[in-house]
Design a protein around this ligand. Structure first.
Ligand SMILES: *Cc1c(COP(=O)(O)O)cnc(C)c1O
Length: 395
């Protein structure tokens, strides 16, 4: 039997047919430097010691794995919530940001750039830079700046410079373009922290490894609670796919664990206003890697829509494109309205206000029937404070 490998890419950064590094020639040196050094650095004892200490005392890990009794009763199955919402800064993104700022320091970089959609990755990066003493510039779409004002304020308080992206739909993908342009112009001094498992190799693998602490903890926490390491299902929402990659990582090659990904359906798959990439996308190249992309016949990227800024992205990481193509994960498309309902439900019956992104993962319970004894872990990727204005519009 061939060994399964859904977890890591090959030497050229491919997960099956997806991945690679498609970057302009001027970025070769930056990307090659990372490709050559990332594994050695992040797997070194010195790095791991610093990283693990920060995750524990600064981020507040391990995050609880909480048995959600009320939600379990409602959906007649055994639901555990992996509480990434309890991390410092309110989501899983800090795991990646801290890891990459540490990596940048080991590479001798002085300046950090990042792009952000919901503002969560920007806040996480600004936080890590404040802590570890690096200059921080965050690119953000103008539309997202307007709908995520509190996070913009936080970044500024943390000492970061926020630069608006004013082209295209003025959202996440445009911010990525601006950040790439900056990186080309400041190659030697600057590290670009991508906020999800997207971008050219080695970013998808780098980010997945830094987020893999999520599934590592789920394993020992489940063992402690129910005497076995593996759940029957792991559910996560997918924008680029970093919380999902982290939650799936240590289960990806264990086929007794079924993986479920929830994408943002927006107004619905036929509405022309959606971000459900695996349902609407085709093979293409976006932001440096080959993956599934929402695009027209002649390769123009289609503007995505989601009520949640973090899922408002026209692509998906190559890790997930491969899980999808190989039928290793089951994908659901969740509309804005369905996500809102699930957010309100969790708030009311468990006293946990989830991020809008996270609410998409919770909606899977309204679409799929689980058995009474199934152990279902949901990655509760973030908290809903940042989405309060949106929630109040619909309550
Ligand atoms: C950014 C964000 C997401 C989407 O990003 P992934 O890389 O797909 O995880 C999901 N949930 C929350 C709370 C976020 O902030």
């Amino acid at each position: 039997m061939a060994t399964l490998n859904y977890r890591n890419p090959d030497l050229n950064g491919y997960y099956g047919e997806f991945g690679g590094a498609f970057v302009p020639e001027m970025l070769y040196p930056n990307v090659e430097e990372l490709q050559e050094q990332y594994l050695e650095i992040i797997e070194s004892e010195e790095f791991q010691k610093e990283f693990q200490n920060l995750l524990k005392d600064y981020v507040g890990r391990a995050t609880p794995l909480y048995f959600a009794k009320n939600l379990s009763e409602k959906y007649k199955t055994q639901i555990y919530l992996k509480r990434e919402d309890l991390n410092h800064t309110g989501a899983h993104k800090i795991n990646n940001a801290l890891g990459q700022v540490l990596l940048a320091k080991k590479l001798g970089k002085k300046r950090i750039i990042a792009e952000t959609g919901a503002g969560q990755h920007g806040v996480a990066t600004a936080t890590a830079c404040a802590l570890l003493g690096l200059e921080c510039i965050v690119y953000m779409g103008e539309v997202d700046i307007a709908r995520q004002a509190p996070n913009v304020g936080r970044m500024k308080l943390l000492g970061a410079t926020v630069i608006p992206a004013t082209s295209g739909s003025k959202t996440l993908k445009d911010a990525v373009n601006e950040a790439l342009r900056d990186w080309i112009n400041n190659a030697t001094t600057t590290h670009y922290i991508i906020g999800s498992v997207v971008g050219p190799h080695p970013f998808p693998d780098l980010v997945a490894r830094l987020q893999s602490v999520i599934s590592q903890e789920i394993k020992w926490q489940l063992k402690e609670k129910i005497g076995r390491e593996n759940p029957d299902y792991v559910i996560a929402c997918v924008g680029g796919g970093s919380n999902a990659a982290g939650a799936f990582y240590h289960f990806a090659n264990e086929i007794d664990v079924k993986l479920i990904a929830a994408e943002a359906g927006g107004f619905g798959l036929e509405s022309g206003k959606s971000a459900a990439t695996t349902f609407l996308g085709t093979l293409g190249i976006l932001h440096g890697s080959k993956s599934i992309v929402m695009q027209t016949k002649d390769g123009q990227v289609i503007e995505p829509h989601s009520i949640s800024a973090g899922l408002d992205y026209p692509g998906i990481g190559p890790f997930h494109a491969n899980l999808f193509t190989e039928n290793r994960a089951e994908f659901f498309s969740i509309t804005d309205e369905e996500a809102l309902k699930s957010a309100f439900e969790l708030s009311k019956i468990e006293g946990i206000i989830p991020a809008l992104e996270t609410a998409h993962a919770l909606s899977v319970f309204t679409k799929k029937k689980f058995n009474e004894n199934d152990i279902v872990v949901v990655c509760l990727s973030g908290r809903g404070d940042k989405d309060l204005d949106t929630y109040l519009q619909y309550i």
